[in-house]
Design a binder for this molecule. Structure first.
Ligand SMILES: N[C@@H](CC(=O)c1ccccc1NC=O)C(=O)O
Length: 312
């Protein structure tokens, strides 16, 4: 019998109820947050959205901004750019792809990590994409690839691109790593020097039977086509020049931990330099909320990779 991959085993041994639990990060949070009046979301998600909004307002106050820049023809194909007040002639660029299970959030909630990064001299670019059910997964992946190509063509003075995504955004960022840049629609091979993949979904196949697929409406085949875990060969040209940081929260679900570990192994086998962080005392949400603080472990690691001359 053929060897089953970890994800195939997981899919075949988890029933629908267990799959739903494994893809519900709110259920694993240890924080107790009072419900927000009139909200349909889980209180942890409401608090997350509030933290991202407040953080983004602080980001706008400490940076030079260019908002609503179009990276493509679609209405949702927009990005916000945050630049240091003290100009840096060749800044690294930190490209952020938000999470929210491909259904909620947007660039308006994505400037919360700006203060520590921009104050160090980086440019931050926050991307929007067409959320489901309006946007299909293939469209979202295509949008993120075109956005990165646009940034690379438009701002050639940048000293390297560092991709970052949270949760569903880490999935999209990993799909960007698996891009064939020789295709004519891109017109450039972006200089991707690093990727910070935070609490990501890398094998979508177990999602097929979950509540998340109620709005995604994907077949198992769509899920496989859009699973970075199955695309590591396409990422291989970046090995040796792109440092990958995989992070999970202590209170992330077992399946989120398993998927990040599985990707770590595959990337290492493909020759990548990978740093794995299991961040203590945080859940899926405050793993990134804390990102606005200079002292936070992830902020330090990101700054070290972008500015510390860490060689892949
Ligand atoms: N419905 C999910 C919510 C969720 O996963 C989420 C919410 C806001 C921002 C990121 C999220 N996770 C992945 O993209 C849950 O039950 O935890």
């Amino acid at each position: 019998m053929a060897q089953l991959s970890g994800a195939t085993q997981a899919r075949e041994t988890m029933d629908k109820e267990e799959c739903n639990r494994q893809f519900s990060p709110t259920l694993w949070s240890k924080r107790i947050i009072q419900p927000f009046e009139g909200s349909n979301e889980h209180p942890v998600v409401d608090a997350h959205i509030k933290a991202l909004q407040e953080g983004t307002a602080r980001g706008k106050a400490v940076a030079e901004t260019i908002l609503d820049v179009s990276y493509g023809p679609g209405d949702d194909e927009k990005m916000d750019i945050y630049m240091p007040l003290k100009p840096n002639p060749a800044p690294p660029v930190f490209v952020y792809i938000h999470g929210g299970y491909w259904r909620i959030l947007g660039k308006e909630f994505s400037g919360y990590m700006v203060p520590p990064l921009v104050e160090s001299g980086a440019v931050v670019v926050a991307l929007s994409y067409t959320l489901s059910p309006k946007g299909s997964m293939d469209l979202m992946v295509d949008q993120m690839r075109r956005a990165v190509a646009f940034i690379s063509r438009q701002y050639s003075h940048f000293s390297g691109i560092y991709l970052c995504g949270h949760s569903a955004g880490a999935h999209l960022a990993a799909m960007v790593l698996a891009t064939d840049w020789s295709l004519p629609e891109y017109g450039v091979t972006p200089d991707i020097k690093g990727a910070f993949l935070l609490s990501g979904v890398f094998d979508m196949r177990p999602l097929v039977q979950t509540y998340v697929n109620e709005h995604l409406k994907m077949t198992l085949e769509d899920m496989a086509r859009n699973s970075p875990m199955l695309k590591v060969d396409a990422m291989a040209p970046l090995a040796g020049k792109c440092h990958i940081v995989l992070a999970v929260a202590e209170h992330d679900t077992t399946e989120f931990h398993r998927q990040s570990r599985e990707l770590e192994q595959s990337l290492k086998s493909a020759g990548f330099n990978v740093t794995f962080l299991d961040v203590p005392n945080v859940d899926h949400f405050d793993l990134v909320e804390k990102f606005c603080s200079e002292e936070y472990q992830l902020t330090q690691v990101i700054k070290e990779v972008m500015f510390g001359g860490v060689k892949p």
